[in-house]
Design a protein around this ligand. Structure first.
Ligand code: ARG
Length: 556
């Protein structure tokens, strides 16, 4: 179609790229090149559009491609494709094994999740986990080699604080004999962290413990390992529930092992400066619109920082994985920090590939501020999950008797679809009631559409004639043709919301189709055609839901 138009423009003496885009209103597709050409050729856009339309209508293979091509004021060309063209394209899309995806073949490390050990996961952890997992799935689906790393915050002051608590509570127990339970952790971390805010002496002691821990104190290492094991087991349990998985459970502590080697390399690159006893890398650039503070690598007392861990981790990833890209799905409020780290990495030549931060927005409560509990504390992620589950179960009487596994899949769909339908940098309000409904732009609506259609497709055929039976049939098929573009876009921009948005639009059209076409009781070719279209529709829904991390329940 693109080529036919290009030829028509050329024959009329116009030189243009020709962009044909999907149109939602009066046509299937639309071409708006005439506006650009109007300026260049000093003619009204509608005049050019009319010339091209005339030319196209005269082409001898017109009807093979088009049903109707018309000019529309002020200068659009509206295109309705022929049934044959539409069916041909749909057939070739269905023939391709994985929706026409090409092998992208990059090695990409995705850094997502990023929870801190010894603290429970809270609402703020949900977005980096599910957006990150979805980006991981999409990139993998497109043929890339993808490596997921959780990048635990596992050697910061919170570890020193818990160790301080243990030393106070069990002064006479040998480190190997101390038992660190989850309840103990959940109680101790908030207690000592609050204490540090009131008591300077305790705070200093905790910092000292942290420093010694980082320097390898064997007694602290033993306690550290116990805290790590207990806490990470619990983090894993909740990520498992959300179907969020990592290839590597490395953390900042792992990066520490890289520091000596990396620092030596950086010294050789002559990028490290001493400022008041601290080691820094200047990262200012002359076009900066805002002040870029230097990247702090080591404090004057020898302590390492958050940035040192991220740089050390880049060093380790380069050595272990030879990536083309390292991408970070981390809270957008850290964007300045990542800019500093990326610049420091480039300036010191520890990594020459692509570094990208996909900064996510916050999940907000009804007041449009980051979600809090009733008493103003941070809401635990597990409590949010439980709230959603309770809401769903109480929604309708029959939900109470549902299979537990199915309920959990629906809870996942509610949470993930609520989230992933938003462009990742946006903040959004998590309205549990609204997102649990089976109508509207919700996870349950997509699941319901799938299951409803699944009931009527009786055999898996892939025969398709050139007939189209109704407007709703036509609309659904046209939408299905968009799927590979949507996948390309989501993968290129690393934005799952394109997929969520498409899934919703597709589901609306699939339901329209269902309501307006008699599907039951059909025979012959029409039956076969509908079966094929709906089969493919459900294949697309299932595949895309999987990319969003959503599984389909047996019934709902
Ligand atoms: N643990 C960090 C925090 O709680 C997030 C880690 C994000 N990932 C990274 N590579 N810095 O803020």
């Amino acid at each position: 179609m693109q080529e036919l138009f290009k030829k028509a423009f050329e024959e009329l003496g116009y030189n243009t790229e020709v962009r044909i885009v999907k149109s939602n209103k009066d046509a299937d597709f639309q071409c708006d090149d005439c506006f650009k050409l109007a300026k260049e050729y000093h003619k009204a856009p509608i005049m050019i559009a009319e010339e091209v339309v005339k030319k196209i209508n005269e082409a001898k293979n017109f009807s093979q491609y088009f049903k109707e091509v018309v000019a529309a004021t002020p200068g659009f060309i509206n295109i309705k494709v022929s049934d044959e063209y539409l069916c041909n394209n749909l057939r070739s899309l269905m023939d391709k094994e994985i929706l026409g995806s090409t092998k992208e073949n990059h090695t990409i490390v995705v850094d997502y999740g990023g929870p801190n050990v010894a603290k429970p996961l809270h609402v703020g952890h949900i977005r980096p986990a599910i957006i990150g997992q979805s980006i991981y799935n999409i990139l993998k689906f497109k043929g890339n080699k993808v490596i997921g790393d959780v990048h635990l915050g596992d050697i910061g002051t919170q570890m020193g604080q818990v160790i301080y608590g243990i030393l106070k509570d069990f002064p006479d127990t040998k480190p190997e004999d101390v038992e660190v339970t989850l309840d103990y952790l959940n109680e101790t971390y908030p207690k000592i962290s609050a204490l540090c805010k009131e008591d300077e002496e305790v705070k200093a002691k905790c910092l000292e413990i942290t420093k010694n821990l980082q320097d390898g104190d064997p007694k602290y290492q033993i306690l550290w390992k116990k805290i790590w094991d207990t806490s990470v087991a619990d983090i894993k349990r909740i990520y498992d529930y959300l179907d969020v998985h990592f290839d590597y459970w490395y953390g900042e502590s792992h990066a520490h092992k890289q520091f000596p080697e990396m620092l030596e390399y950086m010294e050789k690159q002559n990028v490290i400066k001493i400022d008041d006893g601290a080691k820094i890398i200047e990262v200012k650039e002359k076009d900066d619109k805002i002040e870029m503070p230097p990247c702090l690598i080591q404090k004057s007392d020898g302590a390492y920082l958050y940035a040192t861990s991220d740089l050390g981790t880049i060093w380790q990833r380069v050595k272990d994985f030879h990536p083309d890209e390292i991408i970070y799905v981390v809270d957008g409020r850290q964007s300045m920090y990542f800019e500093q780290v990326f610049r420091a990495a480039r300036k010191s030549h520890i990594f020459e590939g692509i570094l990208q931060h996909h900064g996510n927005g916050t999940v907000n409560g009804p007041n449009n501020k980051p979600f809090k509990t009733r008493d103003g504390g941070t809401l635990k992620l597990e409590d949010l999950i439980l709230k959603v589950k309770e809401e769903f179960i109480n929604l309708r009487e029959e939900n109470k008797n549902m299979d537990e596994e199915d309920i959990d899949k629906i809870v996942n769909a509610i949470i993930k679809f609520a989230d992933l339908q938003n462009n990742l940098e946006r903040n959004y309000i998590f309205d549990i009631k609204k997102f649990s409904e089976v109508v509207g732009k919700t996870g349950p609506y997509i699941l319901y559409t799938y299951l409803r259609i699944n009931k009527i497709i009786n055999e898996s055929t892939n025969k398709l004639s050139n007939a189209i039976y109704s407007e709703t049939d036509r609309a659904l098929r046209l939408k299905l043709l968009e799927v590979s573009d949507v996948l390309d876009l989501a993968s290129k921009e690393r934005r799952p919301h394109y997929i969520a948005e498409y899934l919703y639009e597709l589901s609306v059209l699939a339901n329209n189709f269902y309501q307006n076409n008699k599907v039951a009781g059909l025979t012959g070719i029409q039956k076969e055609d509908f079966n094929t279209v709906l089969n493919f529709n459900n294949y697309v829904i299932k595949t895309l839901l999987h990319l969003l991390g959503i599984s389909i329940p047996k019934v709902m």
